[in-house]
Write a protein that binds this ligand. Structure first.
Ligand SMILES: Nc1ncnc2c1ncn2[C@@H]1O[C@H](COP(=O)(O)OP(=O)(O)OP(=O)(O)O)[C@@H](O)[C@H]1O
Ligand SMILES: [Mg+2]
Length: 467
C-alpha cells in the first residue's frame, strides 16, 4: 500500500476566529446576551406599564379625593391651598377654570388654559387622564371636573412629572444591568470551561489523525472518560486506527507472501534453465526431467498469478459471474468423481449423499471451483483410512453443499485465519484456496460456514441462494 502523503493539519495554527475554541464560547455568550437583552426589554416594558397604571391610579384617587373634599365644603368655606399642597406635595395641582371668576380655593392655584381639555373631556363627569406640557416640563395628569349641582365650574388637574416616572424605571434598569453583567461573566466562564472540555479531546483526536495520515498507526488515541458523544467518537476512532493498522499489516503480509510464492518456482525454473544452458545435464532422462520441473513450476506460477488476480478482482468487486441454470446434483457428481481415484488409493471412506436435485441460477464453473477446493483440502488433511463425505441438500430457499472429513480439524483460533490469503498451516499450499472460495461464495450471493472440533474433523458448508 503506498504511504499516504502526510497532511499538515495543525489545530494550533488554525485561524483563531474560525476555530471551535473561539466559536463555541462566542455562540454560547451571544445566546446568553440575547436572552438577557430580551428578558430586560420585557421586564422594562412590564415595569413601565405597571408604574404608569399605578401613577394613573394614584392621580385619579388624589383628584377624586380633592374634588369630593371641595364638594363637601362648597358654599361653606374655601379649600385651603396650603393643606392641599401639603397632602399632595409640590406644584402638582392646577386648575382649569371653565366658569371664570368662580372662587373655589383659598389662595391661587396655577391656572391652565381651557384648551388643555377637549370639549368632550370638559363635559365628562369622570376624571380624564392626559399628557400635559407646562413650563417646559411634561406631566402625566388626571383632570377631575368640579361641579355644583349640574354645572361644571372647572377642572382640578393633579399631575406627576414624567421624569419622576422615568427615574423609577431607570433605577430598575441599573439593577438589571448589574445582574446582566454578572450573568454574562458567569456564562463566559462556563462557556470557556465547557469549550475546553469539548475541544481538547477533539484537538488530540485531530493530531492523532494527522499521525495516522502520516503513516504511523501506533499512535495513542485519547480516551476521554464518560459515555458522551466525544467519548464514543474517540472509541470509534481508536477502533478505526486499529483496523487501519491491521489492514496495513495484512496488505504488507500479502505483498510479501506473493513475492515469496512467486520467487520459489522462479528460482527452480532459473536453476534448471541455467543447468540446461551450461550443458551440465547431459543424459536425456535428466534433461527431460528438468524440462518437466520447469513445466510444472510454470504451471504453478500460472495458477498462482491467476489466483492472485482472481482475489484482487473479487476484492475490488470487478469479478464477473455468469448466470446460468445449474443442475447442482450433476455438478456435485462431477466434483465427487474427480477425487474417486485418490480416495481409492488412500483407502479413504469416501461417500456422497445427494438428497435433493436443485437447479439454481448461478455460475457453475465457480461453484465447482469452490467445492473442488473444499474437497482438495479435505483430502490433503485427512489421513489414510479416514472418512470424507460430500452432501447436497436444499431447504428454505437455499442450497447447501457440505464437505466433511475426519482430519485433524481446525482450532478456534484458526477458524478466521484460514480464510485469509496466504495462510497455510504447513506451507505446503499457497493458502489462497479458502480465501478465494469464500470471496467467490460471497460474489455468488452465498457464504461458507465452518464447524470444527479439533481432532474430530472439519465440516465446511457452502450455502447458495436457490434462485
Ligand atoms: N479440511 C481441513 N482440515 C484441516 N485444516 C484445513 C482444512 N481445510 C483447510 N485447512 C487449513 O486451512 C489452511 C488454508 O487452506 P487453503 O485452502 O486456503 O490453503 P492451502 O490448502 O494451504 O493452499 P491452497 O489451497 O492454496 O493450495 C490450510 O493450510 C489448513 O491449515
Ligand atoms: Mg487448499
Amino acid at each position: 500500500m503506498p504511504a499516504l502523503p502526510a497532511r499538515p493539519l495543525n489545530v494550533q495554527s488554525e485561524p483563531v476566529l474560525g476555530s471551535l475554541r473561539f466559536r463555541l464560547p462566542a455562540l454560547f455568550l451571544a445566546g446568553v446576551v440575547l436572552a438577557g437583552v430580551v428578558a430586560t426589554v420585557i421586564s422594562i416594558r412590564f415595569f413601565q406599564a405597571y408604574t404608569y397604571s399605578r401613577a394613573v391610579h394614584e392621580l385619579r384617587s388624589e383628584s377624586i379625593g380633592i374634588v369630593s373634599l371641595y364638594a363637601s365644603q362648597a358654599g361653606q368655606q374655601e379649600v385651603p391651598i396650603a393643606t392641599l399642597r401639603k397632602a399632595i406635595g409640590g406644584d402638582r395641582i392646577f386648575y382649569v377654570p371653565i366658569v371664570p371668576g368662580a372662587s373655589l380655593f383659598a389662595g391661587p392655584l396655577p391656572l391652565l388654559p381651557i384648551g388643555t381639555l377637549t370639549a368632550g373631556e370638559l363635559a365628562s363627569s369622570q376624571p380624564t387622564t392626559l399628557n400635559l406640557e407646562h413650563k417646559g416640563s411634561s406631566y402625566l395628569a388626571v383632570a377631575a371636573p368640579i361641579t355644583i349641582g349640574k354645572q361644571v365650574l372647572g377642572a382640578l388637574v393633579v399631575a406627576k412629572p414624567q421624569s419622576e416616572l422615568r427615574s423609577s424605571w431607570l433605577v430598575l434598569l441599573e439593577r438589571l444591568a448589574v445582574a446582566f453583567g454578572g450573568g454574562v461573566l458567569v456564562a463566559a466562564l462556563v462557556g470557556v470551561y465547557l469549550t475546553r472540555r469539548i475541544v481538547r479531546p477533539l484537538a488530540s483526536l485531530s493530531s492523532a489523525a494527522d499521525e495516522i495520515a502520516g503513516g504511523s498507526y501506533d499512535v495513542e488515541v485519547p480516551r476521554p472518560k464518560g459515555h458522551d458523544e466525544i467519548a464514543q467518537l474517540s472509541a470509534r476512532f481508536a477502533d478505526m486506527a486499529a483496523k487501519l493498522a491491521e489492514a496495513e499489516q495484512l496488505s504488507r503480509n500479502f505483498l510479501m507472501s506473493v513475492s515469496h510464492e512467486l520467487r520459489t518456482p522462479l528460482t527452480a525454473i532459473r536453476g534448471h534453465v541455467s543447468a540446461l544452458r551450461e550443458g551440465v545435464i547431459e543424459d536425456p532422462e535428466s534433461y527431460s526431467s528438468s524440462l518437466a520441473v520447469i513445466e510444472e513450476e510454470a504451471i504453478r506460477l500460472e495458477r498462482l498469478v491467476g489466483d492472485v488476480l482472481d482475489l484482487a478482482k473479487l476484492d475490488a468487486h470487478r469479478f464477473t459471474v455468469l448466470e446460468e441454470e445449474v443442475d447442482m446434483r450433476e455438478l456435485c457428481e462431477r466434483a465427487y468423481a474427480a477425487f474417486g481415484e485418490v480416495a481409492r488409493l488412500r483407502s479413504i471412506d469416501y461417500r456422497r449423499d445427494f438428497e435433493a436435485r436443485p437447479v439454481i441460477v448461478t455460475d457453475g464453473d465457480r461453484v465447482l471451483q469452490i467445492i473442488s477446493n473444499l474437497l482438495s483440502n479435505a483430502f490433503r488433511w485427512t489421513p489414510e483410512g479416514g472418512r470424507i463425505s460430500l452432501s447436497l441438500g436444499a431447504e428454505n430457499g437455499a442450497v447447501s453443499v457440505v464437505v466433511s472429513d475426519s482430519g485433524p480439524g481446525i482450532s478456534p483460533e484458526e477458524r478466521e485465519r484460514i480464510f485469509r490469503p496466504f495462510w497455510s498451516r504447513d506451507g505446503g499450499g499457497t493458502g489462497l484456496g479458502l480465501a478465494i472460495a469464500r470471496e467467490l461464495a460471497n460474489a455468488l450471493g452465498g457464504r461458507i460456514d465452518l464447524r470444527s472440533e479439533p481432532g474430530l474433523g472439519a465440516r465446511f458448508e457452502l450455502t447458495l441462494p436457490n434462485r
